[in-house]
Design a protein around this ligand. Sequence first.
Ligand SMILES: [Ca+2]
Ligand SMILES: [Ca+2]
Length: 168
Amino acid sequence: MHTCTLFAFAAAALCSTARAQWSVDSLSVGRRDVAATSVGSTSNTTNALAVTFETPGDPAVQFAVTQRSVFEDTTLLEVSITLSQRVDHDVSVSYSLGGTATVNVDWRVEEPNPFVIPARARRADMTLLVAEDSTQEGNETGIVTLTGATGAVLGTASTMTLTILDDD
Ligand SMILES: [Ca+2]
Ligand SMILES: [Ca+2]
């Protein structure tokens, strides 16, 4: 068994120079993942390679982790948003903020809305900022909810709850 990772139309030509029986289970043509099969040949002149392009559906976009907690302090926090598969286009995901903590006082999201996951990426990190204060306010929550997506569909883990542990 032989796996080739090649580009564009060089794939068939390069594989055909193997001078040995070969089969291909997968290869990359350009920037697309494809599945391919071939019947082996001992000749380097007559090999034919059948390539089937698989057009993926929209990936699911969701949080990698849905619960986080952090002590109240001036803290930057990275929250990963993942895609179920790579795609060749940017994915934009809009979000809303909620919870008992006050946005722009106790915490905020340091990202544009919608948040963009670049083409070919499987994840991107959303940066949150937690603010310090000296108020005795008890633990509070900041909730980020993914409300819609372009180029993807919302996965089940669409809400992330951050618990800010009061230290006053
Ligand atoms: Ca606070
Ligand atoms: Ca406090």
